[in-house]
Ligand binder design. Structure first.
Ligand code: SF4
Length: 84
C-alpha cells in the first residue's frame, strides 16, 4: 500500500473500543458455526464502527497482512478485496 503513514499498534490497543472486550468477539472460536460466525462478525463490525481508531486499525491490519479477525470493521477477505 502506497502510504508513508504507519499506525502504531500501541495506540490502537490503548484507544480501541474493543480494548477491554473478549478477543473472541473479533476473532471467534474454532468451534463456532457459520451462523454464529456471521452474527459475531456483524456484532464486531458494529463495535468497530463506533471506535475512534477504526481507520488506523484497518490500515494497520492491511499494512501487516493480518489474515485473521475483524480489524477496522473488515473481515480478512474484505481487507484483501479493498485494493483488488
Ligand atoms: S476498529 Fe474494531 S478491532 Fe480495531 S481497535 Fe477499534 S474496536 Fe478494536
Amino acid at each position: 500500500m502506497a502510504t508513508s503513514y504507519e499506525p502504531k499498534l500501541e495506540k490502537i490497543q490503548q484507544q480501541g473500543r474493543c480494548r477491554n472486550m473478549s478477543p473472541d468477539i473479533h476473532f471467534g472460536t474454532a468451534s463456532e458455526t457459520l451462523d454464529e460466525r456471521s452474527a459475531r462478525e456483524k456484532a464486531a463490525k458494529e463495535i468497530c464502527r463506533q471506535c475512534i481508531v477504526v481507520d488506523d486499525c484497518l490500515l494497520y491490519a492491511i499494512q501487516h497482512d493480518i489474515n485473521t479477525g475483524i480489524w477496522g470493521a473488515h473481515t480478512p477477505d474484505e481487507r484483501q478485496n479493498i485494493f483488488d
